[in-house]
Write a protein that binds this ligand. Structure first.
Ligand code: HEC
Length: 125
């Protein structure tokens, strides 16, 4: 009776080990299931650039945060020539959590997924 129970437990453990090994193999070799990154062609015509500028400056107001603001003037307008840069600092002084970890601690390539291949020109430095 005891020997039978031991045999049953051994079988159960063996099955668990095989199951875990199969799962690890699946994770290692079958994932991530992603297709190749598409090659994107970005239309960089003056009209599209103007549309993007309008969106960034007036609709999504990206530039309000991503520029240096002149707070000596009414409503703190962005200082010309600083638009699209870093800008406002949202840190612990405003009650926010500490800043994001530095770029060196990025997740590994497999965790970031495919990166789109873009034929768009690089943004100005
Ligand atoms: C409310 C202020 C605010 C607005 C509005 C805003 N951003 Fe940001 N953005 C930030 C802050 C703060 C960070 C830095 C976040 C961090 O490091 O944790 C950031 C980070 C970024 C980054 C990442 C930069 C990097 O080096 O990784 C990009 C790209 C970006 N913003 C683009 C945009 C775009 C595009 C828009 C408009 C659609 C926009 N932001 C609007 C505050 C803002």
């Amino acid at each position: 009776m005891f020997a039978k129970l031991l045999k049953f437990i051994a079988l159960l453990l063996g099955a668990a080990v095989v199951l875990v090994a199969a799962l690890l193999c699946y994770l290692k070799f079958a994932l991530p299931k992603v297709t190749a990154a598409p090659t994107l062609t970005i239309d960089s015509s003056p009209a599209r650039i103007a549309r993007g500028r309008y969106l960034a400056e007036h609709v999504a107001v990206c530039i309000d945060c991503h520029s240096t603001r002149d707070w000596s003037r009414f409503s703190g307008p962005p200082v010309p020539g600083t638009t699209g840069r870093g800008g406002e600092i949202f840190d612990q002084r405003l009650g926010f959590p500490p800043p994001s970890p530095p770029k060196t601690s990025r997740p590994p390539a497999w965790a970031r997924g495919p990166t789109a291949n873009s034929t768009a020109p690089s943004p100005p430095a």
